[in-house]
Design a protein around this ligand. Structure first.
Ligand code: GDP
Ligand code: MG
Length: 194
């Protein structure tokens, strides 16, 4: 609740630009239609109208969480950029320093895909301890729910990641999701420093 942020559009992937090395690349993964772009749009809209209007797939965002600023480079994905072979260095599977894996609570197949993505990520980035948040989106669609909150939570335990349920439509828990991402990243970093 104590968070604030400023976002701006950016097509720079942040890979080679020295200025952007401090950026933490957060990649959203998940089946088509689960609400990745909607979550990103809501987050941007809450922070910066100009950035929201640009609707870029990659944008950077400075969040104030627990009294400290962190700049995230947020990258939305879709079928097009996910087609890049995992072996290629600019595959979304290789680009992220942290991941948000999204499924829809109304779509069990997307929940199963989320597990597959987690497994794929672990295989691709074996040695790295990457922060991941599993997100069950579309909680507003109460009557078409196919995946319970308990199942989501249990899956996150198995896959050793954080878990949150969101609704992009109700703008519920979206800010909390990105703040949680920042806290995860900080925890890993502090762990690595000691
Ligand atoms: P993406 O393919 O993962 O980027 O999914 P989109 O963000 O394009 O969303 C796919 C569809 O689901 C769109 O029609 C959205 O309006 C809808 N949608 C996204 N999030 C929610 C949500 O939280 N609740 C409901 N009811 N619909 C949503
Ligand atoms: Mg999309």
């Amino acid at each position: 609740a104590a968070g604030s942020a400023h976002c701006s559009g950016s097509l720079d992937s942040g890979v080679s630009d020295g200025r952007n090395e401090a950026h933490l690349r957060v990649v959203l993964l998940g089946d088509p239609g689960v609400g990745k772009s909607s979550l990103v749009a809501i987050f941007r809209r809450e922070q910066d109208r100009e950035a929201a209007e640009q609707q870029l797939e990659v944008f950077d965002c400075t969040l104030m969480v627990d009294g400290k600023e962190t700049t995230l480079l947020v990258m939305d994905t879709d079928e097009r950029n996910m087609k890049k072979a995992i072996e290629s260095s600019d595959s979304p599977m290789r680009l992220g320093n942290a991941y948000i894996i999204v499924y829809s609570v109304t779509d069990r197949a997307s929940f199963e895909s989320a597990s597959e993505l987690r497994i794929q990520l672990r295989r691709t980035r074996q040695a790295e301890n990457i922060p991941i948040i599993l997100v069950g989106n579309k909680t507003d669609l109460v009557r078409s729910r196919e995946v319970s909150v308990e199942e989501g939570r249990a899956c996150a335990v198995v896959f050793d990641c954080k878990f949150i349920e969101t609704s992009a439509v109700l703008q519920h828990n979206v800010q909390e999701l990105f703040e949680g991402m920042v806290r995860q990243i900080r925890l890993r970093r502090e762990g690595a420093d000691t």
